[in-house]
Structure formats: structure tokens, C-alpha cells
Design a protein around this ligand. Structure first.
Ligand SMILES: [Zn+2]
Length: 86
């Protein structure tokens, strides 16, 4: 808690902003990997995030946590993929 704590305490705001930005960048990359383009400012992981599917153009709102867990993404495309595998 000595020196490190002091230097951290001097710039908590900047650290917080950087953390938020990196989370947002991470989430955007995650969504893009899932074929989605976020349409609004970053929300919390447990909330729905409005995005546009880059494959079929549908507007979907999966939760960041769901996409992270591999169960999010575009529902119409998911159904389409299911049809093809059957
Ligand atoms: Zn789609």
C-alpha cells in the first residue's frame, strides 16, 4: 500500500477511463468476431447491446456476456445455420 497506492491515487480518473476504453474496445472486437457491428455506446456486460448483423443486416441485441460465452450473436443467422446442418 506504500508508493504504489500513492501514485495510483493521484490519477484514478485517467485509470478508470483507460479501463473503460479497453473494455469497450475488447467488447467491440468480440462482437465483430461474432459478425456484429455495435450500434450504440458500450453497455455493461450483463446488458443487451444493440448491434447490426454484418451478414444478414438484422438488428439484434445480444448481451456482451452471451457473446463472450459463445451463445450470443445473430439469431436469424443462427437459425439459418441450424437449418443447413440438418
Ligand atoms: Zn444475421
Amino acid at each position: 500500500m506504500g508508493k504504489y497506492y500513492k501514485s495510483f491515487k493521484n490519477q484514478p480518473k485517467r485509470q478508470k477511463i483507460e479501463l473503460a476504453n479497453s473494455r469497450e474496445a475488447e467488447a467491440i472486437l468480440l462482437f465483430m468476431e461474432a459478425g456484429l457491428m455495435p450500434q450504440e455506446a458500450y453497455v455493461k456486460r450483463g446488458q443487451k447491446w444493440k448491434s447490426k448483423c454484418m451478414v444478414c443486416g438484422a438488428i439484434v441485441s445480444p448481451r456482451v456476456a452471451d457473446v463472450l460465452g459463445g451463445i450470443g450473436g445473430c439469431r436469424p443467422c443462427f437459425i439459418e445455420r441450424q437449418k443447413k446442418t440438418i
